[in-house]
Design a protein around this ligand. Structure first.
Ligand code: MG
Length: 391
C-alpha cells in the first residue's frame, strides 16, 4: 500500500424534507433495524475518511448533533447549513470543509445507508488514480422518452445507460471550482457529477451496488429492512499455523519486533512466523485462501520483505472483501529466547498495522517443555485465530 498524504472528506447531504415519505420529519431520522438512517450512513465511512461535514436544515441540527455524539465514529464531524436545493447545500458543505486542493471529497446522500464498503473503497481508489469516481449500476429496465401526454417519443439504447448513485468522488479543487462555475452560470443539476461535467471534468463511473438504495419512499424502508435482515452481520473465524527453522546469521523477528538472539528464522521474507500465522488466520476467516496464494514465496517482490508490510496488505484485502477485523489471538511456541518481555511492543505493532485497538490483539508465548522441534531449538512455530465480522 502506498503512503496516502491527501485527506479524505465526505460531504453528507442530509437536507431532505421527507415530504415524499409523508414521514413528518426528515427521513434520515427514520430507523431501520434499530438505527437511524443517518447513523447508518455515517458509520459506512468509519475507518476510511478523515472528516465529514453534514449539510442539514437548521431545524434538524439539534437531533443530528445528538446522533453524531452517540455515533462513536473516529473521524471529525461538523455541520453546515443546507441551501434551497441539494446543489446549494453541497456547495455550502464544500465551502465549510477547508480542504486542500488535492484532498479527496466524496459527496454522499445521507439517505443511502447501505452502501457496501467495497464500493466506497473502489471510488476512493478511482479518485486517487483517475481523479474521479462515481457509483453507477447498469440500467436494467428499458428506458423510453415520452411527451407530456405519455406518448413514447423514442426508446433509449439501454446498453450505454447507467443509474447513478452516490458516493461521487473528486479531488477537492476540481469539484469546488465546478460548483462555483455552475453557480455563476446558473447551471442546475441533480447530482455532483453533472456539475463537474458542466465544468468539463472527465467523470469516471465505478461499479455501484443494487443494495445502495436511497430512501425516498416508504417502500424503500421496507426494502432496507429486508436487506438488513438478510445481511445480519455474521462472525467468521479463521486459524493459522506456521513453522520456520532457526538458523545462524538471520535476525529473529516476531510480530514485527526484532528480538536479540543468537539464532534467527529462515525464510523467503523476514520469516516472521507469528505474523504469517496471523495472516493465514485472517485469510482463513475471510475464505480468501492462504498467505502463499497472496504473497507467493517464488516471487522476488517478497524476498526479504517485512511481514508487517504483508500484514498491511492482507488487512486491506480482507476489508476490501467486506470484512471488519474483530480480534486475533496468537501463540508463539519457542524454547528460547524469552519472548514475554517483548509482547507489549508486539501487540502495539500488530494493532497499529491493523489500525485497530490494542485490546483487539492478544499475543502469548510458550515453551514446549524441551519437547519437539521447538524444544530442541530447531525452529519456532506459531498459531493464530482471528475473527472477522461480515458487514
Ligand atoms: Mg511462513
Amino acid at each position: 500500500m502506498t503512503a496516502m498524504k491527501e485527506r479524505v472528506h465526505v460531504v453528507l447531504a442530509a437536507g431532505g424534507a421527507g415530504s415524499r415519505m409523508g414521514a413528518g420529519q426528515n427521513k434520515i431520522f427514520l430507523e431501520a433495524g434499530g438505527k437511524s438512517i443517518l447513523l447508518r450512513s455515517m458509520q459506512l465511512f468509519e475507518g476510511i475518511i478523515d472528516r465529514m461535514v453534514i449539510v442539514c436544515r437548521p431545524e434538524d441540527e439539534q437531533q443530528i448533533r445528538r446522533i453524531v455524539s452517540m455515533s462513536g465514529v473516529s473521524y471529525q464531524v461538523s455541520l453546515a447549513r443546507g441551501g434551497e436545493s441539494r446543489q446549494h447545500s453541497v456547495l455550502n458543505g464544500l465551502k465549510s470543509l477547508g480542504a486542500d486542493p488535492d484532498d479527496i471529497v466524496l459527496v454522499h446522500d445521507a439517505a443511502r445507508c447501505l452502501t457496501p464498503v467495497n464500493v466506497i473503497l473502489d471510488i476512493l481508489e478511482s479518485c486517487r488514480s483517475k481523479g474521479s469516481g462515481v457509483a453507477a449500476v447498469p440500467a436494467v429496465n428499458t428506458m423510453k422518452y415520452a411527451d407530456s401526454d405519455m406518448y413514447v417519443l423514442h426508446t433509449a439504447d439501454r446498453s450505454d445507460l447507467y443509474e447513478i448513485q452516490t458516493p461521487q468522488g473528486f479531488r477537492f479543487a476540481q469539484l469546488y471550482d465546478s460548483y462555483i462555475k455552475a453557480e455563476k452560470d446558473g447551471f442546475v443539476a441533480t447530482d455532483d457529477a453533472s456539475v463537474a461535467e458542466h465544468a468539463g471534468v472527465r467523470v469516471l463511473l465505478v461499479r455501484g451496488s443494487k443494495k445502495n438504495i436511497k430512501v425516498t419512499e416508504k417502500e424503500d424502508l421496507v426494502m432496507i429492512n429486508a436487506l438488513l435482515q438478510q445481511d445480519t452481520p455474521s462472525f467468521r473465524i479463521g486459524m493459522g499455523y506456521d513453522v520456520h527453522r532457526l538458523t545462524e546469521g538471520r535476525k529473529l523477528i516476531l510480530c514485527g519486533i526484532e528480538i536479540p538472539h543468537t539464532l534467527g528464522l529462515l525464510g523467503h521474507s523476514d520469516a516472521d512466523v507469528a505474523l504469517h500465522a496471523l495472516m493465514d488466520a485472517m485469510f482463513g476467516a475471510a475464505a480468501l485462501g492462504d498467505i502463499g496464494r497472496h504473497f507467493p514465496d517464488t516471487s522476488d517482490e517478497y524476498k526479504g520483505i517485512s511481514s508487517v508490510l504483508l500484514l498491511k496488505e492482507a488487512i486491506r484485502k480482507v476489508r476490501k472483501a467486506g470484512y471488519e477485523f474483530v480480534n486475533a489471538d496468537i501463540t508463539i511456541a519457542a524454547q528460547k529466547p524469552r519472548i514475554s518481555p517483548y509482547i507489549p511492543e508486539m501487540v502495539r505493532k500488530v494493532s497499529e498495522t491493523l489500525s485497530c485497538d490494542t485490546s483487539q490483539v492478544n499475543i502469548k508465548a510458550t515453551t514446549t517443555e524441551r519437547l519437539g522441534f521447538e524444544g530442541r531449538e530447531e525452529g519456532i512455530s506459531a498459531q493464530a485465530v482471528c475473527s472477522l465480522l461480515k458487514l
